[in-house]
Ligand binder design. Structure first.
Ligand code: BGC
Length: 788
């Protein structure tokens, strides 16, 4: 990597004054640089999952002739909508990718097809159809005939778009989870005419794969995700064999939408979701519950390659912290490639009941040439195997291991993993941590057990929600400080400066003693946009040298004001990054993205988002990682380390149980404490303990009746008390929560605007403890002190 010398600047100078000024001395901007775009393309290809490859159709042979069908070859979807979108200078679609290979003389494409789809997509766009939401045009018979005369090899392309604020649908022919009638008609025509057909799915969330799996006429299939600005090139890299596929599924692909345990209740109500599936989310359901296994088409962790690997496990070592398993991976095939070693465990069923298998560790090799090997070390802390007993079957409110035999399975997916000879016997139940009941459900009637029956949840008085006011903060924007307090000016002052604290000349306590209550309160609300930002800032006491540090989205790359004229790198969406199963790559992306964030004068990057893929329909699944919390937590921890190595704060979101977009500001996620802790909080816990995120964003929804942002048990007792979190928490933007209740709960900043007057009134009335205000203000200042 080229040596980079960072410009030495006074503290906060860049985030105050210098949007889009090159970060590194004497060099071009890193924002949307060739190096970052190359990283984006590499990551996209590394995450794509090869689902099927009969008769070795892929990679295409040198000089192969192909005919590409489907409007998705042009209408390529680089990522999702809403805050997860990125403004880029270009997007390479699938045709662009193939054209590159054609120019290199590698393949030949049947051009009249591309011209046809090009014209049709252009027409639909001119008529106002949004990108990714065009309709599949009818495939003319003569075009099909000419294409078949040209070649026997077809590629079918299908794309999907989804975004923040709305959920997807799962009804037959909806053109969302399922193929539309038009797409199906096109696919059927192609499959009837061509003997060799590869399907490319350009979708950020799950969709139906039964037609791929069950139809022998589909020869090959690539789950290509939404690959960012170079996604089309990455598709061509895989299909033409420049990159050997090494992505693996981060979700289970079932026979149909109804098979997912969350499907029945997903749309039952706009005001709540009952998480009756409990800990049996994704493969934990399909591999465990009687009769569910046969509903799986592609199991969790699945992914084919152009080469073959052997995994040789060493001896399972028991250490103070847990287990260690060395694995020797050897490439025994003909192509260079990368392999993921996945380790699963089965726990004694005991009194609590367990999923048949749980992912407990994984690691990915580097690029292995044929005949070469790499030694991996898989580590499993005891805590990874622990269960939370929420009703006292063994020990109430404890993390524990039940006595019995622990077995381990190594392999390429949850199902193919082979049992190791080594097991671990635990003679007595072992309590790892005793905590207290937190966030327990009031209105969840029952939950699923491993045998497929339901057990009743302990009865509790129904939850009586706090009667909030109407929501005066909906849609509000922060105003300038000077408008609110004429005593505050922008001129340099002789007052103490926060920089004195940074330089060690003043303690933070003394600095804070010099601030009035109004000024402390001011730190607890979002501040106006500056420079390239459009999601507002925090801090902003100019007289005391407290910068207004800007925030910016989002999980697929830096999103700033389009009108500022700076385009940024669109990386693959989080769901595609996750399917690389490569923590180091996530860290690289985090670092590169944070360089762009800092270069553009932003201090806090609103990523990563790690909500669990509970239902295929959640509209933001593309922004999230997986149905499995270990995978999500590890990859996001890598991302956070990369981001914060640039002295940019991450914002780990949305804490927690924001697994549905419909009515997201009100919907109540009703979940058992066990499922909450083992599934929905687990990825956050991993990130807090392994990567120390400087900020966390609480979610819009309620958790067992209480808004996340007002949930003291969540934000203070669990997050800080149990996990030892030292950073600060913001609300999500324009929550329906009341600011003083949020402050009392341990939510430090209300975004994008605080209710200063409301907080001051509650302080005066004695309903709000002044210590809460001081603590939150301190956390904000501590976070600012960490920034570049
Ligand atoms: C989203 C967040 C985002 C924020 C700022 C909210 O609507 O839920 O993920 O970071 O807006 O754009």
């Amino acid at each position: 990597m080229m040596e980079r010398k960072k410009q030495e600047l006074p503290k906060w100078q860049r985030i105050r004054y210098m949007p889009a000024t090159p970060l590194y001395k004497g060099q071009e901007r890193v924002t949307e640089s060739a190096a970052h775009i190359a990283l984006s393309r590499r990551a996209a290809a590394d995450g794509m999952v090869l689902l099927k490859n009969e008769g070795g159709l892929l990679p295409f042979a040198e000089g192969a002739k192909i005919a590409v069908f489907g409007k998705a070859q042009i209408d390529y979807v680089k990522g999702g909508g809403g805050s997860g979108d990125v403004t880029v200078s270009y997007v390479r679609n699938i045709v662009d990718g193939f054209c590159e290979k054609e120019a290199e003389g590698r393949i030949l494409c049947f051009q009249p097809l591309t011209a046809y789809y090009h014209a049709d997509v252009a027409r639909q766009r001119a008529e106002g159809k949004e990108p990714g939401r065009t309709v599949e045009p009818e495939l003319p018979d003569d075009l099909l005939r000419d294409a078949r005369a040209y070649t026997d090899t077809a590629v079918i392309t299908i794309c999907r778009f989804s975004g923040e604020g709305w959920d997807r649908t799962g009804e037959a022919y909806d053109g969302d989870f399922f193929l539309s009638r038009e797409e199906e008609a096109m696919a059927q025509k192609v499959l009837s005419a061509f003997p060799r057909v590869a399907v490319v799915l350009n979708a950020g969330g799950m969709m139906d794969t039964r037609w791929i799996h069950d139809d022998p006429r589909v020869t090959a299939a690539l789950l290509a995700g939404q690959g960012g600005m170079e996604g089309g090139s990455a598709v061509a890299d895989i299909l033409c064999g420049d990159v050997c596929p090494s992505g693996h599924l981060t979700d289970t692909y079932a026979v149909d939408f109804a098979s997912y345990p969350s499907s029945a209740g997903f749309a039952e109500s706009d005001s709540y979701v009952a998480y009756e599936d409990d800990i049996f989310v994704g493969y934990r359901y399909f591999e465990t519950i009687p009769g569910a296994a046969e509903k799986v088409l592609y199991p969790f962790g699945f992914g084919l390659s152009y080469t073959r690997f052997e995994r040789l496990p060493g001896k399972l070592a028991v250490t103070e912290e847990g287990f260690e398993l060395p694995v020797l991976v050897t490439n025994v095939g003909e192509a260079a490639g990368r392999e993921v070693a996945q380790l699963y465990a089965s726990l004694p069923q005991g009194k609590l009941g367990q999923p048949a298998r749980v992912l407990v560790a994984f690691a990915k090799t580097g690029l292995l040439q044929p005949g070469t090997s790499e030694q991996l070390l898989l580590k499993v802390p005891y805590r990874t195997l622990a269960s939370y007993d929420d009703v006292g079957k063994v020990r109430r409110s404890a993390w524990l291991l039940e006595k019995g035999t622990y077995r381990f399975y190594l392999g390429g997916d949850v199902r193919a993993a082979r049992e190791l000879a080594d097991t671990w016997e635990l003679a007595e139940d072992r309590v790892l941590e005793q905590v207290e009941e937190r966030c327990a459900p009031h209105d969840l009637a029952r939950r699923l057990c491993p045998d497929g029956t339901y057990e009743a949840m302990p009865e509790r008085a129904p939850f009586v929600p706090y009667q909030d006011k109407d929501y005066p903060w909906e849609g509000q924007r922060p105003t300038e400080w000077c408008e609110e307090d004429p005593t505050c000016c922008w001129f340099p002052s002789d007052k103490m400066q926060l920089d004195d604290v940074f330089r060690g000349e003043l303690s933070l306590d003394d600095f804070m003693k010099g601030l009035t209550t109004e000024q402390l309160v001011h730190l607890l609300g979002g501040r106006p946009d500056r420079g390239a930002a459009n999601t507002f800032g925090m801090g902003d006491l100019p007289v005391y040298g407290v910068p207004n540090a800007m925030t910016a989205d989002g999980p697929a790359g830096l999103r700033i004001k389009p009108e500022c004229g700076v385009e940024t790198t669109a990386f693959p969406t989080a769901s595609l990054i996750a399917s690389t199963w490569d923590e180091a790559l996530a860290e690289e992306i985090g670092h590169a993205g944070a360089e762009e964030v800092l270069e553009n004068g932003i201090g806090i990057w609103l990523t990563p988002a790690i909500n669990i893929h509970r239902s295929p329909l959640c509209g933001r699944n593309f922004e999230y990682y997986s149905e499995d919390p270990l995978l999500a937590g590890k990859l996001a921890a890598g991302m956070i380390r990369g981001i914060q190595s640039m002295k940019v704060a991450c914002s780990l979101k949305h804490f927690c149980c924001n697994n549905k977009e419909t009515e997201r500001k009100e919907s109540d996620s009703r979940v058992s404490e066990r499922a909450l802790r083992q599934i929905y909080l687990k990825a956050f816990e991993i990130c807090v303990k392994e990567a120390d995120p400087w900020t966390i964003m609480s979610s819009y929804n309620r958790v067992n009746g209480v808004r996340s942002s007002q949930n003291r048990e969540l934000l203070t007792d669990i997050l800080r008390g149990e996990w030892g979190y030292r950073g600060m928490v913001t609300t999500d933007w324009c929550t329906h929560g009341e600011h003083w209740l949020e402050t009392a709960a341990g939510n430090d900043v209300k975004m994008p605007r605080g209710d200063d007057a409301g907080l001051l009134a509650k302080l005066r009335s004695g309903e709000l403890d002044p210590e809460c205000v001081r603590t939150s203000a301190r956390r904000v200042l501590e976070m600012l002190l960490k920034l570049a």
